[in-house]
Design a protein around this ligand. Structure first.
Ligand code: NAD
Length: 439
């Protein structure tokens, strides 16, 4: 099939390359000319394992092309995926819908033939119904310009695998246009043939599946972090607690690791937007608990800063701190709402001299926080440090030899903000180690 993918960020670039891998002819569309120029030459403007090879492969095969022209997009295909961002509004907790609105406003006037626009962005419930009406109003094809909502569940770091072999597909369609389901089944024929389950439902349910999934995951992380707070008050060990809980198959061990909490371009803004939308709908009390989920999450960052003060003396001023990690999670260069960078910036504001290392996210971090120092290696960041703070659980930090690191620091003091390092080995090498939620 011929498809366009509008918005070529983490979601859209992945979707475009994976649709080409599934055999479709794909045109990626973005408003950022630099991004399009990079993609055209087969280069990925961000880090995602395996995606650069896939983009290069299909740019070379001719199945994947890129443009900044909506007119070209409308002429090229009759199925258009909308993958633009829905960040948090600058003036509140709700989602900023200007980009999803702009896609419909810009594309619709070019839709002269019957077409299907498929929304993939994470949006507040009610958005699809509104956009569907707007599309039919603006398109020369009228009601033959249709909308579907197909929320995306990919995880950064596993985006290619998650797109080619998703856990499930969700199709939100207008019951009056059942033919949109057949079109979506044709797009996803390969994963469907491999047995990927599909839920075909209405617009509001499809929109809610995504926000409910993120609300659940955020709640699970904040649950174990709340337990970590209680453990800290009682000298219990949250990692042993979590391990014991994980054997209960009703609970399970995933997303049950206590640490500095969640961040990124999805969970924080999605739980805030979900709660804001529920309030608009008169269902505020149903999601009031998400405010607590958010607060628990942010308190973990306070806890790391407080531990740093405890270890370096109340005055962090002049204290040399190495921060390991800037991305919001490993295998990504995404620094949006990253707990690691937030803590680094807060330590700096308290007067610490902060040197940050990350295997992939240094360029992004430098642009966002030019006031911090950056090091190209974990040991270089730790040189003469009074304190090392481990905040993004990259495998390379787990592979470090605590004795070798002890030789370069001024004082062997470590905060393990991810409970991922072997505290026994680090202590044996002479380090004072403070994990989160553990004695
Ligand atoms: N990143 C993830 O892991 C992930 C996973 C699931 C869902 N989502 C959702 O997907 C959506 C996109 O997220 P992302 O992380 O890819 O964002 P992103 O910021 O990386 O990408 C957005 C892209 O859209 C482009 N854009 C903005 N306005 C445009 C317009 N009018 N026309 C064409 N292009 C335009 C931007 O230039 C950018 O390249 C969000 O709603 C997000 O919540 C993201």
């Amino acid at each position: 099939m011929r498809l366009t993918v509008i918005g070529t960020g983490y979601l859209g670039a992945t979707h475009a390359a994976c649709m080409a891998e599934l055999g479709h002819e794909v045109l990626g569309v973005d408003v950022e000319p630099d991004r399009i120029a990079a993609l055209r030459s087969g280069r990925l403007p961000f880090y995602e394992p395996g995606l650069d090879e896939l983009v290069a492969k299909h740019v070379a095969s001719g199945r994947l092309r890129f443009t900044t022209s909506y007119e070209e997009a409308a002429a090229f295909a009759d199925v258009h995926f909308s993958c633009v961002g829905t960040p948090q509004r600058a003036d509140g907790d709700g989602a900023d819908l200007r980009y999803v609105d702009a896609v419909v406003e810009t594309l619709a006037p070019f839709l002269e033939r019957p077409a299907l626009v498929v929304g993939k962005s994470t949006v507040p419930v009610g958005t699809a119904a509104r956009l569907s009406a707007r599309l039919a109003e603006l398109a020369p094809a009228g009601a033959a310009a249709r909308l579907a909502w197909n929320p995306e569940f990919l995880r950064e770091g596993y985006a290619v695998e998650d797109t080619l072999r998703p856990d499930r597909l969700v199709f939100g369609i207008d019951p009056a246009t059942p033919e949109t389901e057949s079109l979506l089944r044709e797009v996803y024929a390969t994963p469907l043939a491999e047995g990927v389950p599909v839920v075909v439902t209405d617009f509001p349910t499809a929109e809610l599946v995504k926000t409910a999934a993120n609300a659940f995951l955020a709640t699970k992380i904040s649950f174990i972090n709340a337990m970590a707070e209680v453990c800290e008050a009682t000298d219990a060990d949250v990692t042993e607690l979590s391990r014991a809980l994980s054997f209960d198959t009703r609970i399970g061990g995933r997303f049950l690791n206590a640490g500095v909490g969640f961040g990124g371009g999805c969970l924080p803004k999605d739980i805030r937007a979900f709660r804001a939308r529920a309030e608009e709908l008169g269902a505020g009390p149903a999601l009031a608990f998400l405010g607590e989920v958010d607060a628990i999450n942010l308190r973990r960052r306070d806890r790391v800063v407080a531990l740093a003060e405890e270890l370096c003396g109340d005055e962090l001023s002049g204290c040399r701190v190495a921060v390991w990690g800037a991305a919001f999670k490993p295998e990504s260069d995404d620094i949006r709402d990253s707990p690691a960078l937030d803590v680094a910036a807060r330590l700096r504001r308290r007067g610490a001299l902060v040197s940050v290392h990350d295997p992939k996210a240094l360029d992004n971090a430098r642009k966002r926080h030019p006031e911090l120092d950056y090091a190209t290696g974990a040991l270089e960041a730790a040189q003469d440090a009074d304190l090392v703070v481990h905040l993004t659980e990259w495998a390379e930090y787990r592979a470090l030899d605590p004795k070798a690191v002890a030789e370069v620091v001024a004082t062997p003091r470590l905060i393990d903000g991810r409970n991922a390092l072997d505290t026994t080995a680090w202590r044996a090498a002479g380090w004072t180690v403070r994990p989160l939620g553990r004695p």
